[in-house]
Design a protein around this ligand. Structure first.
Ligand code: BT5
Length: 332
């Protein structure tokens, strides 16, 4: 472990004496001092006290702030602005890096699935987790489901009633109620997909052979402290629902810890996903690249296929866009 991360971990446990940390890590006192200065330059204002170095009261939303007290095996790379955290994480993957989380305060070229664009102004949680999981390409969709569970749980931890729409959207659970999106109902502003308003989306990209993933990037976009007027119709933000800004640092830490826990034990993913699903038991329309399937969503099967009972048969859909239908929907 590098000195910087060891220092952050030690600061999470209380005051740290420079000389004893140097002795413990087998590095020079100058190396510890350099690490302290490095953290300060990154906005993590380490204090010097009679008891030793002490973490700042506000660790800030940056790489050290997120790594501070993080119980997940990732290093964090933070940018105020990036085109896309997924694009940056892919470049890191191609240079051989792994177990890195790329975080940006704002994205100028955020991407959704199928080359759709993702609106990502300052104040959101825009991040990509790059790993090299020891799974076959066929099982990789479970990592996307794991990320959706992690995000839904982090939303619930800040008091927002969030659930998952297959496969990867995190929505406000209460559907149809009063809208906090000023665009909804305005002419020309139909909600994106009927049902709960969209809080978060996930974009997974990977490379590998059939039997082994080489690298996998899970991109997570959460409308955290963003004004819904800046978002497409049908979207809302955690701040709009909570009434106050959320602590993005704690939120990201929750997401990363839960994602690390779930991906270390993939057996736990589907049961957790089913538990938080808004799609199961509902009438849905799923558009895949080749067909449209309408029916009742009855289950999700490994590695993440949606099982839909149509009037005629049972269909398993592996990828597509899912719309929750109302029982009396004319397109049902
Ligand atoms: C997604 O795509 O939902 C995946 C979004 C992933 C974004 C993250 S941010 C960090 C990382 N870096 C990236 O560049 N991307 C990832 P999809 O299901 O295709 O939904 C895209 C659609 O959602 C768009 O066509 C819009 O209609 C809508 N949309 C765009 N921005 C949104 C936002 N901020 N909130 C809610 N809906 C949005």
């Amino acid at each position: 472990m590098d000195t910087r991360r060891a220092l952050l971990d030690a600061l999470a446990d209380g005051p740290v004496s420079g000389p004893s940390l140097a002795a413990e890590l087998g590095v020079s006192r100058a190396a510890v001092w350099k690490a302290v200065e490095g953290l300060r330059e990154e906005g993590f204002a380490v204090e010097s006290t009679d008891d030793g170095y002490v973490a700042p009261a506000d660790p800030g939303y940056g790489a050290p702030g997120i790594e501070f007290a993080l119980d997940a095996p990732y290093t964090v790379e933070y940018h105020d602005t990036l085109s896309s955290t997924n694009t940056r994480a892919r470049a890191l993957a191609e240079s051989g890096a792994s177990d890195v989380v790329v975080v940006a305060d704002a994205q100028t070229g955020g991407r959704g699935r199928l080359n759709r664009s993702w609106v990502a102004p300052s104040g959101g949680v825009w991040l990509s987790v790059l790993t090299a999981p020891a799974v076959s390409t066929a099982r990789a969709p479970q990592l996307t489901l794991a990320a959706a569970v992690a995000v839904a749980d982090a939303c619930r931890a800040v008091g927002v009633d969030a659930g998952i729409k297959w496969p990867n959207d995190v929505l406000l659970e209460s559907e149809g109620g009063a809208s906090s999106d000023p665009n909804v109902g305005r002419e020309g502003h139909e909600p994106v997909g009927r049902g709960g308003q969209k809080l978060a989306g996930i974009l997974t990209e990977m490379e590998g052979e059939a039997d082994r993933v080489a690298w996998l990037v899970v991109g997570v976009g959460v409308n955290a402290n963003v004004d819904p007027s800046e978002l497409p119709a049908g979207a809302t933000s955690l701040r709009a629902v909570c009434g106050d800004p959320i602590d993005r640092r704690a939120f990201v830490r929750d997401v990363l810890e839960r994602y690390a826990e779930l991906t270390a034990d993939l057996k736990a993913v589907l049961p957790a996903w089913r538990n938080r699903a808004l799609t199961l038991g509902r009438r849905v329309r799923v558009e895949t690249s080749t067909e449209t399937v309408v029916g009742e969503a009855v289950d999700v099967e490994p590695p993440g296929a949606l099982v839909v009972e149509t009037d005629a048969e049972t269909v398993r859909v592996h990828a597509g866009d899912c719309t929750h239908l109302r029982a009396a929907d004319p397109s049902a």
